[in-house]
Design a protein around this ligand. Structure first.
Ligand code: GLA
Length: 392
């Protein structure tokens, strides 16, 4: 769990932006709930390497120097995340790490890095089979393991060559789709594969929440503690989705056990966004020790399609460590509706008849007793209420 520069700032960030968001991670209570890594995404370095081949920190962006900035993060109980690509360049055209794995891993380690997001741009054609991709990403895995630091290794190869089938032995997570956009279900030509497609060779960018969820539904069983399907950053707080859509986005990312990396501006959150991101019941589901993702059990077509042609409801469910069950009902259509399903539907057919025969107590993770009240969230955000009182 953490925060990343890219979705809200693109390549245009600097030490002031990092400091503002890092302070808000601490002061608004995010760090203490687990959002504790600050990822400097693409464009942290200069555009050229030094004469000895080393990456160079970007002096214009970080006039205080990365060493000082990282010390402050660590002193504040935050982790330092870096970014590169398993290619000749990063996606933004900065130096990539293909062929420079050892020297770059050493550089990040010397800076105190705790996390690496490792992209797939300009990969020199070294993809197209699982082996080509795995070898390319394993080179960095080995380099990181040879440093003196523990560095979480997060692949960002967009599902290329199906990392869920080979990356668990060399990494801690892997992106499984093209880049997310801040939209619930709007299709875009830049995200060419639909939500029903199990595998997408050119996954692109601009993918909606519904699109990514559909793709994820095929591979949720591939999660395990230590290796997570990464559904991409959270868009909560960026303004493109309404309250119900943001709740669905956040709940499903948590219940599928995606890393929860915010990609927003933490000094611009609305009270509703803030209450969503801090929902303690949803975070508890995300962090459940079994690490097991909920599975999609059922998709049923309904007759009112929305403006993009979606007219369906979905049921997802799965177990927590203590045998409680997480159940999600998704309405991807035009109108509010009452949904009626049998417990057999909810638990996934005859495989789980035992669960369908029990009676269950219900707890609504979005009920009033869980969600921080709007006036309390407002007071925390405008600094008139200490965060301990709000979340305690
Ligand atoms: C790719 C990644 C994004 C982001 C950008 C940075 O598109 O998938 O998450 O890191 O590169 O340029």
């Amino acid at each position: 769990m953490g925060w990343d520069t890219y979705n809200a700032y693109g390549l245009d960030y600097n030490e002031t932006i990092i400091a503002t968001n890092a302070e808000n991670l601490v002061n608004l209570g995010f760090r203490d709930l687990g959002y504790n890594v600050v990822i400097f995404d693409d464009a942290m370095t200069e555009r050229n390497r030094s004469e000895n081949g080393s990456l160079i920190e970007n002096a214009a962006k970080f006039p205080s120097g990365l060493a000082t900035i990282v010390d402050t993060l660590h002193r504040d109980g935050l982790y330092f995340g870096v970014y590169s690509s398993a290619g000749r360049f990063t996606c933004g055209g900065y130096p990539g790490s293909l062929g420079y794995e050892t020297i770059d891993a050493e550089w990040w380690s010397s800076l105190g890095a705790d996390y690496l997001k490792y992209d797939n741009c300009y990969n020199e054609g070294l993809s197209g089979t699982p082996k080509l991709s795995q070898d390319r990403y394993a080179a960095m895995s080995n380099a990181l393991n040879s440093t003196s630091r523990q560095i979480t290794y997060s692949l960002c190869n967009w599902g290329d060559d199906k990392p869920w089938e080979w990356a668990s032995t060399i990494s801690n997570s892997a992106r499984m789709s093209g880049d997310i956009a801040d939209t619930f279900d709007m299709p875009t030509s830049s995200c060419p594969c639909g939500p029903d497609e199990y595998y997408c060779q050119l996954p692109g960018y601009g993918c909606s929440v519904v699109n990514i969820l559909g793709k994820a539904s095929h591979i949720t069983s591939k999660n395990q503690p230590g290796y997570w399907n990464d559904l991409d950053m959270l868009e909560v707080g960026n303004g493109g989705m309404d309250y119900e859509e943001n709740k669905l986005h956040f709940s499903m990312w948590a219940a599928i056990k995606s890393p929860l990396i915010m990609g927003n501006k933490l000094d611009k959150l609305s009270p509703e966004d803030y209450a969503i991101l801090l929902n303690p019941a949803v975070l508890a589901i995300s962090q459940d020790p079994s690490g097991s993702a909920i599975q999609r059990r059922l998709v049923r077509q309904v007759d009112d399609t929305d403006e993009y042609g979606f007219g369906e409801v979905q049921v997802w469910s799965g177990s927590l460590n203590n045998s409680d069950q997480v159940v999600a009902f998704l309405n991807v259509a035009n109108a509010s509706r009452t949904m009626t399903f049998s417990l057999v539907d909810v638990f996934g057919g005859i495989r789980t008849t035992e669960n369908a025969q029990k009676s269950w107590d219900l707890f609504d993770v979005w009920g009033n007793e869980t969600v921080m009240a709007n006036d309390v969230a407002s007071q925390v955000l405008n600094g008139t209420l200490a965060v301990g009182n709000a979340t305690g």
